[in-house]
Design a protein around this ligand. Structure first.
Ligand code: UTP
Length: 289
């Protein structure tokens, strides 16, 4: 079984829910406490042992490339000022030279199309996809646990989360067959089912391990919901030929692509940092009433 070494981060979307900020700042670069949303997601990939980070960017996303580069002048100034702690922090986050690649999705035609744009950089091996605006907070990262499952199951793996069954019609829902390793075999996927027809309350969330055959499917995939080329539509076809497994994530997920998720993430990560929380908790409590 080939190891999962590469991860794709599709960061080419327009982020219209965050206008006007996203006129100039990519949504993935908005900060949760002190670092961009994208940094949390990259950290999750690195914790899982991912070696190659592949960013699918678009127009106005150049700042993402700069962010993952060494800022020589900044480092020099920090050194002169004796800011060792800050230097160490930057160094710990720096991808090794050659381990971050960038390609462009020329038009935002959808998530499936963005993933397809990474085909040459991924090549013929299994790879992870992490939605870069979804932060998943857990003691052990979601992707690391999915790679544990992959070691037992192989195939394709989706992170799923329990949702309110009455809201199953808002999500891609999977059917649950027998247990495998720390997950289960998926028997059937359906996009936004009627509540009474949903095979379970397990909704596909933002992490995937996929086999490279998905690229051939995405190449000819027609536009689906929202007039976009959807990754889910491609996975549904791949599931006719290959096995899919699910990993039930039980940590906290913040969809930072929405204002409410972004605000909750800021509070949750502030709360996880004693130094910050001790300074803001009383004010926040007063604000909330
Ligand atoms: P979203 O649908 O949440 O992002 O896609 P969006 O389209 O940028 O946001 P809104 O709805 O207009 O506010 C999930 C992820 O997929 C990427 C986005 O950048 C986001 O991180 N994406 C989406 C692409 O890379 N290309 C696309 O064509 C669409």
């Amino acid at each position: 079984m080939k190891k999962v070494r590469k991860a794709v981060f599709p960061v080419a979307g327009l982020g219209t829910r965050f206008l006007p900020a996203t006129k100039a700042v990519p949504k993935e670069m908005l900060t949760v406490v002190d670092r961009p949303i994208l940094q949390y997601v990259v950290d999750e990939a690195r914790e899982a042992g991912i070696e190659q980070l592949i960013f699918v960017t678009g127009r106005n996303k150049g700042v993402i490339e700069d962010y993952f580069d060494v800022q020589y002048e900044l480092n020099d100034t920090l050194t002169q000022r004796g800011k060792t702690k800050e230097l160490q922090l930057l160094d710990s986050m720096q991808p090794t030279a050659g381990h971050a690649s960038f390609t462009r999705q020329q038009l935002p035609l959808g998530l499936g199309h963005a993933v397809w744009c990474a085909r040459e950089l991924v090549g013929n091996e299994p790879f992870a996809v992490l939605l870069p605006d979804v932060i998943m907070q857990a003691e052990r990262g979601c992707l690391a646990s999915m790679i544990d499952l992959y070691g037992t199951s192989g195939g394709n793996i989706l992170s799923v989360e329990e949702v309110n069954p009455r809201e199953a019609n808002k999500y891609g829902i999977v059917g649950r067959a027998g247990d495998v390793g720390n997950g289960f075999k998926i028997d059937g996927m359906v996009e936004k089912p009627k509540v009474e027809e949903a095979p379970s309350n397990l909704a596909i969330s933002g992490r995937y391990i996929l086999q490279p055959e998905i690229f051939d499917i995405l190449e000819t995939q027609e536009r689906g919901a929202g007039n976009e080329i959807q990754l889910t539509d491609g996975m549904l076809k791949l599931a006719d030929a290959q096995d899919f497994f699910g990993y039930v994530f039980t940590g906290k997920t913040y969809d930072c692509g929405s204002k409410e998720g972004f605000i909750k993430a800021n509070v949750a990560y502030a709360k996880a940092d004693d130094a910050i929380w001790s300074k803001v908790r009383d004010d926040l409590a007063e604000l909330v009433g």
